[in-house]
Design a protein around this ligand. Structure first.
Ligand code: FES
Length: 125
């Protein structure tokens, strides 16, 4: 695990409420700018590429809203694929067992940071 630095800062920890709105950000993934998001579930922050495994569309219902009405799943707005919030695994709908791509993050007392990965880097804001 790398030491977080300002270059990998995604958001303040307080921005992520349990099963609430997420925070969108972008990464360079294999050299391509790709949308991503982070949410909080069962007290822990989880980040994924914002790319549905069904048709490669972004999941949000409204900007940065990813949870289903009961807060149990992440739900794709387009055709209703459902993903388990802590793993990104497909749990229903047209994702057909293909999950979301999870990103490694580090959460400190004050912030959430993208952990270093070979093929994923935070895109410039
Ligand atoms: S694009 Fe997400 S369910 Fe079809």
């Amino acid at each position: 695990m790398a030491t977080p630095d300002a270059q990998s800062f995604i958001c303040r920890s307080g921005q992520l409420l349990e099963r609430g709105r997420g925070v969108r950000f972008t990464v360079q993934h294999h050299g391509k700018i790709t949308p991503a998001f982070v949410i909080r579930f069962e007290g822990k922050a989880h980040a994924y590429l914002n790319v549905c495994s069904h048709r490669s569309l972004e999941l949000d219902w409204n900007e940065a809203e990813f949870f289903s009405a009961f807060g149990d799943d992440l739900l794709c707005a387009t055709h209703g694929a459902r993903y388990e919030p802590s793993s990104g695994a497909c749990v229903g709908g047209p994702c057909r067992r293909a999950g979301l791509a999870k990103l490694a993050i580090i959460e400190t007392q004050d912030g959430v940071y993208l952990d270093s990965m070979d093929d994923v880097h935070l895109a410039k804001r």
